[in-house]
Design a protein around this ligand. Structure first.
Ligand code: HEC
Ligand code: HEC
Length: 210
Protein backbone atom coordinates (compact mmCIF):
# COMPACT_ATOMS: atom_id res chain seq x y z
CA UNK A 1 0.00 0.00 0.00
CA UNK A 2 2.90 2.32 0.73
CA UNK A 3 4.35 1.49 -2.66
CA UNK A 4 1.01 2.20 -4.35
CA UNK A 5 0.82 5.61 -2.65
CA UNK A 6 4.42 6.37 -3.65
CA UNK A 7 3.64 5.76 -7.34
CA UNK A 8 0.18 7.42 -7.30
CA UNK A 9 -0.20 11.01 -8.63
CA UNK A 10 -3.45 11.25 -6.61
CA UNK A 11 -1.23 12.75 -3.89
CA UNK A 12 -0.72 15.95 -5.97
CA UNK A 13 -3.32 18.68 -6.41
CA UNK A 14 -3.93 18.05 -10.15
CA UNK A 15 -3.14 14.31 -10.11
CA UNK A 16 -0.06 14.83 -12.28
CA UNK A 17 2.87 14.28 -9.92
CA UNK A 18 3.72 11.28 -7.76
CA UNK A 19 6.65 10.76 -5.42
CA UNK A 20 8.07 8.54 -8.19
CA UNK A 21 7.92 11.39 -10.74
CA UNK A 22 10.96 12.79 -8.97
CA UNK A 23 12.33 9.71 -7.20
CA UNK A 24 12.81 7.34 -10.15
CA UNK A 25 13.61 3.69 -9.55
CA UNK A 26 15.91 3.54 -12.58
CA UNK A 27 18.13 6.14 -10.87
CA UNK A 28 18.27 4.72 -7.31
CA UNK A 29 15.14 6.85 -6.70
CA UNK A 30 16.92 10.08 -7.64
CA UNK A 31 16.42 12.02 -10.87
CA UNK A 32 19.59 11.84 -12.95
CA UNK A 33 18.81 14.12 -15.87
CA UNK A 34 17.69 17.19 -13.90
CA UNK A 35 20.04 19.16 -11.69
CA UNK A 36 17.05 20.80 -9.94
CA UNK A 37 13.79 18.98 -9.16
CA UNK A 38 10.81 19.38 -11.53
CA UNK A 39 7.42 19.41 -9.83
CA UNK A 40 3.79 20.16 -10.58
CA UNK A 41 2.97 22.53 -13.54
CA UNK A 42 6.63 22.11 -14.65
CA UNK A 43 7.77 24.21 -11.68
CA UNK A 44 11.50 24.04 -11.03
CA UNK A 45 12.58 23.45 -7.44
CA UNK A 46 15.62 24.77 -5.66
CA UNK A 47 17.47 21.51 -4.96
CA UNK A 48 18.62 18.26 -6.54
CA UNK A 49 16.46 15.15 -5.98
CA UNK A 50 18.46 12.85 -3.66
CA UNK A 51 18.47 9.07 -4.10
CA UNK A 52 16.43 7.14 -1.52
CA UNK A 53 18.36 4.32 0.16
CA UNK A 54 19.06 3.06 3.68
CA UNK A 55 16.98 5.92 5.10
CA UNK A 56 16.09 4.23 8.38
CA UNK A 57 19.71 4.46 9.58
CA UNK A 58 19.63 8.25 9.38
CA UNK A 59 18.43 10.67 12.01
CA UNK A 60 17.89 13.71 9.78
CA UNK A 61 16.72 14.15 6.22
CA UNK A 62 16.89 16.65 3.33
CA UNK A 63 20.05 18.43 2.17
CA UNK A 64 19.85 20.76 5.18
CA UNK A 65 18.63 18.32 7.84
CA UNK A 66 15.27 20.14 8.02
CA UNK A 67 13.27 16.95 8.72
CA UNK A 68 14.08 14.75 11.70
CA UNK A 69 11.68 11.83 11.18
CA UNK A 70 11.13 9.72 8.05
CA UNK A 71 7.43 9.27 8.84
CA UNK A 72 6.60 12.99 8.62
CA UNK A 73 8.91 13.70 5.66
CA UNK A 74 6.12 13.32 2.99
CA UNK A 75 4.35 16.40 4.43
CA UNK A 76 7.07 18.51 2.85
CA UNK A 77 6.67 17.43 -0.84
CA UNK A 78 2.87 17.05 -0.46
CA UNK A 79 2.37 20.67 0.56
CA UNK A 80 5.21 22.35 -1.36
CA UNK A 81 3.85 24.60 -4.15
CA UNK A 82 6.90 23.61 -6.23
CA UNK A 83 6.39 19.87 -5.78
CA UNK A 84 2.87 18.40 -5.27
CA UNK A 85 1.00 21.58 -4.24
CA UNK A 86 -1.65 19.72 -2.23
CA UNK A 87 -3.15 20.04 1.26
CA UNK A 88 -3.33 17.20 3.75
CA UNK A 89 -7.10 17.69 4.13
CA UNK A 90 -7.69 17.35 0.40
CA UNK A 91 -5.44 14.30 -0.01
CA UNK A 92 -7.42 12.55 2.73
CA UNK A 93 -10.72 13.55 1.07
CA UNK A 94 -9.56 12.05 -2.23
CA UNK A 95 -8.25 8.84 -0.61
CA UNK A 96 -11.45 8.39 1.42
CA UNK A 97 -13.52 8.68 -1.80
CA UNK A 98 -11.39 5.99 -3.48
CA UNK A 99 -12.92 2.50 -3.13
CA UNK A 100 -9.64 0.68 -3.78
CA UNK A 101 -7.77 2.58 -1.04
CA UNK A 102 -10.70 2.16 1.37
CA UNK A 103 -10.45 -1.61 0.91
CA UNK A 104 -6.65 -1.67 1.22
CA UNK A 105 -6.59 0.51 4.36
CA UNK A 106 -9.35 -1.63 5.91
CA UNK A 107 -7.26 -4.75 5.27
CA UNK A 108 -4.07 -3.21 6.70
CA UNK A 109 -5.47 -1.31 9.68
CA UNK A 110 -8.84 -3.03 10.29
CA UNK A 111 -10.45 0.37 9.84
CA UNK A 112 -11.44 1.88 6.49
CA UNK A 113 -11.29 5.54 7.64
CA UNK A 114 -8.08 6.89 6.13
CA UNK A 115 -6.31 9.38 8.42
CA UNK A 116 -3.05 11.27 7.93
CA UNK A 117 -1.47 9.03 10.58
CA UNK A 118 -2.32 5.86 8.62
CA UNK A 119 -1.33 7.35 5.26
CA UNK A 120 2.09 8.39 6.62
CA UNK A 121 2.58 5.01 8.31
CA UNK A 122 1.86 3.26 4.99
CA UNK A 123 4.31 5.48 3.10
CA UNK A 124 7.09 4.99 5.66
CA UNK A 125 6.66 1.22 5.45
CA UNK A 126 7.74 1.57 1.83
CA UNK A 127 10.44 4.25 2.09
CA UNK A 128 11.91 2.44 5.11
CA UNK A 129 12.25 -0.72 3.00
CA UNK A 130 14.46 0.94 0.43
CA UNK A 131 17.54 -0.94 1.59
CA UNK A 132 20.67 -1.19 -0.52
CA UNK A 133 22.88 -3.94 0.88
CA UNK A 134 23.86 -6.17 -2.03
CA UNK A 135 26.12 -4.03 -4.21
CA UNK A 136 29.50 -5.32 -5.41
CA UNK A 137 31.02 -3.38 -2.52
CA UNK A 138 28.76 -5.19 -0.02
CA UNK A 139 29.60 -8.55 -1.57
CA UNK A 140 33.33 -7.75 -1.47
CA UNK A 141 33.10 -6.86 2.22
CA UNK A 142 31.17 -10.08 2.88
CA UNK A 143 33.90 -11.98 0.96
CA UNK A 144 31.39 -13.13 -1.66
CA UNK A 145 33.05 -11.27 -4.54
CA UNK A 146 36.51 -10.02 -5.44
CA UNK A 147 37.79 -6.66 -6.66
CA UNK A 148 40.18 -6.24 -9.55
CA UNK A 149 43.56 -4.59 -8.90
CA UNK A 150 42.26 -1.26 -10.20
CA UNK A 151 39.15 -1.51 -8.00
CA UNK A 152 41.28 -2.26 -4.94
CA UNK A 153 43.45 0.78 -5.70
CA UNK A 154 40.24 2.83 -5.92
CA UNK A 155 39.12 1.58 -2.53
CA UNK A 156 42.50 2.45 -0.99
CA UNK A 157 42.41 5.94 -2.54
CA UNK A 158 38.83 6.35 -1.32
CA UNK A 159 39.68 5.27 2.21
CA UNK A 160 42.52 7.75 2.44
CA UNK A 161 40.76 10.75 0.84
CA UNK A 162 37.01 10.45 1.15
CA UNK A 163 35.98 8.24 4.04
CA UNK A 164 36.40 10.87 6.76
CA UNK A 165 33.03 12.16 5.47
CA UNK A 166 31.74 9.26 3.35
CA UNK A 167 32.30 6.75 6.14
CA UNK A 168 31.74 3.04 5.52
CA UNK A 169 29.50 1.08 5.55
CA UNK A 170 26.79 3.64 4.71
CA UNK A 171 29.26 6.08 3.10
CA UNK A 172 28.12 8.95 5.28
CA UNK A 173 29.11 10.12 8.74
CA UNK A 174 25.59 11.61 9.04
CA UNK A 175 26.93 15.13 9.39
CA UNK A 176 26.79 18.44 7.52
CA UNK A 177 29.92 19.59 5.74
CA UNK A 178 31.24 21.98 3.16
CA UNK A 179 32.96 19.92 0.48
CA UNK A 180 34.59 22.99 -1.04
CA UNK A 181 32.36 23.46 -4.10
CA UNK A 182 31.80 27.11 -4.94
CA UNK A 183 28.36 28.31 -3.71
CA UNK A 184 25.77 28.83 -6.48
CA UNK A 185 25.07 32.55 -6.18
CA UNK A 186 21.80 32.30 -8.14
CA UNK A 187 20.32 29.77 -5.70
CA UNK A 188 22.07 31.18 -2.64
CA UNK A 189 21.18 28.04 -0.64
CA UNK A 190 22.28 28.55 2.97
CA UNK A 191 22.27 24.81 3.66
CA UNK A 192 22.38 23.69 7.28
CA UNK A 193 22.42 27.34 8.45
CA UNK A 194 18.74 27.53 7.38
CA UNK A 195 17.94 25.09 10.18
CA UNK A 196 20.41 26.05 12.90
CA UNK A 197 20.41 29.80 12.24
CA UNK A 198 24.18 29.83 12.80
CA UNK A 199 26.33 31.68 10.26
CA UNK A 200 29.11 29.11 10.87
CA UNK A 201 26.82 26.47 9.28
CA UNK A 202 26.45 28.43 6.03
CA UNK A 203 26.97 26.29 2.91
CA UNK A 204 27.14 23.06 4.92
CA UNK A 205 25.14 20.23 3.36
CA UNK A 206 24.26 16.68 4.30
CA UNK A 207 27.09 14.27 3.52
CA UNK A 208 25.18 11.98 1.15
CA UNK A 209 25.68 8.25 0.90
CA UNK A 210 27.16 7.16 -2.43
C1 HEC B 1 9.03 17.60 -7.30
C2 HEC B 1 9.96 16.56 -6.98
C3 HEC B 1 9.71 15.72 -5.72
C4 HEC B 1 8.56 15.05 -5.37
C5 HEC B 1 7.22 15.01 -6.09
C6 HEC B 1 8.89 14.35 -4.13
N1 HEC B 1 10.19 14.58 -3.77
FE1 HEC B 1 11.19 13.75 -2.24
N2 HEC B 1 12.69 15.05 -2.50
C7 HEC B 1 12.80 15.96 -3.56
C8 HEC B 1 13.89 16.88 -3.30
C9 HEC B 1 14.34 18.02 -4.20
C10 HEC B 1 14.43 16.51 -2.05
C11 HEC B 1 15.54 17.25 -1.27
C12 HEC B 1 14.79 18.35 -0.54
C13 HEC B 1 15.63 19.25 0.33
O1 HEC B 1 16.79 18.97 0.62
O2 HEC B 1 15.08 20.29 0.75
C14 HEC B 1 13.66 15.36 -1.59
C15 HEC B 1 13.92 14.66 -0.39
C16 HEC B 1 13.24 13.50 -0.01
C17 HEC B 1 13.61 12.65 1.10
C18 HEC B 1 14.82 12.85 2.02
C19 HEC B 1 16.00 12.10 1.45
C20 HEC B 1 17.29 12.36 2.17
O3 HEC B 1 18.28 11.69 1.81
O4 HEC B 1 17.37 13.20 3.08
C21 HEC B 1 12.68 11.63 1.16
C22 HEC B 1 12.65 10.49 2.16
C23 HEC B 1 11.72 11.87 0.10
N3 HEC B 1 12.11 13.01 -0.61
C24 HEC B 1 10.58 11.11 -0.12
C25 HEC B 1 9.52 11.57 -0.92
C26 HEC B 1 8.18 11.04 -0.87
C27 HEC B 1 7.71 9.89 0.04
C28 HEC B 1 7.44 11.74 -1.77
C29 HEC B 1 5.96 11.65 -2.07
C30 HEC B 1 5.06 11.88 -0.94
C31 HEC B 1 8.35 12.71 -2.40
N4 HEC B 1 9.59 12.58 -1.84
C32 HEC B 1 7.99 13.55 -3.43
C33 HEC B 1 11.99 16.00 -4.66
C34 HEC B 1 10.71 15.45 -4.70
C1 HEC C 1 34.60 17.26 4.04
C2 HEC C 1 33.70 16.16 3.79
C3 HEC C 1 33.79 15.45 2.44
C4 HEC C 1 34.87 14.80 1.86
C5 HEC C 1 36.28 14.64 2.44
C6 HEC C 1 34.40 14.24 0.60
N1 HEC C 1 33.08 14.55 0.43
FE1 HEC C 1 31.91 13.94 -1.12
N2 HEC C 1 30.39 15.13 -0.44
C7 HEC C 1 30.42 15.85 0.73
C8 HEC C 1 29.21 16.65 0.81
C9 HEC C 1 28.82 17.59 1.95
C10 HEC C 1 28.46 16.38 -0.37
C11 HEC C 1 27.15 17.05 -0.81
C12 HEC C 1 27.56 18.42 -1.32
C13 HEC C 1 26.57 19.17 -2.08
O1 HEC C 1 25.50 18.65 -2.42
O2 HEC C 1 26.86 20.36 -2.39
C14 HEC C 1 29.25 15.41 -1.12
C15 HEC C 1 28.86 14.88 -2.34
C16 HEC C 1 29.51 13.87 -3.00
C17 HEC C 1 29.02 13.17 -4.17
C18 HEC C 1 27.67 13.41 -4.84
C19 HEC C 1 26.67 12.44 -4.24
C20 HEC C 1 25.24 12.69 -4.64
O3 HEC C 1 24.38 11.84 -4.32
O4 HEC C 1 24.93 13.73 -5.21
C21 HEC C 1 29.98 12.28 -4.55
C22 HEC C 1 29.89 11.30 -5.70
C23 HEC C 1 31.08 12.42 -3.62
N3 HEC C 1 30.77 13.38 -2.68
C24 HEC C 1 32.24 11.69 -3.66
C25 HEC C 1 33.37 11.99 -2.92
C26 HEC C 1 34.68 11.42 -3.15
C27 HEC C 1 35.02 10.40 -4.25
C28 HEC C 1 35.52 11.95 -2.22
C29 HEC C 1 37.02 11.73 -2.07
C30 HEC C 1 37.81 12.10 -3.22
C31 HEC C 1 34.71 12.84 -1.38
N4 HEC C 1 33.43 12.84 -1.85
C32 HEC C 1 35.19 13.51 -0.28
C33 HEC C 1 31.41 15.83 1.69
C34 HEC C 1 32.67 15.30 1.51
Amino acid sequence: MGRKLFYDPILSSDSSTSCASCHQRIAAFAHIDHSLSHGIFGRIGTRNVPPLQNLIWRDTYMWDGGVNHLEVQPLSPLTSPLEMNESLTNVLLKLNRNVEYKTLFAQAFHDSIITSDKMLKALVQFTGLMVSANSRYDKFIARKDTFSTAEKRGLTLFRSNCSSCHTEPLFTNNSYKNNGLKPDTALNDKGWALITGLSTDFNMFKVPSL
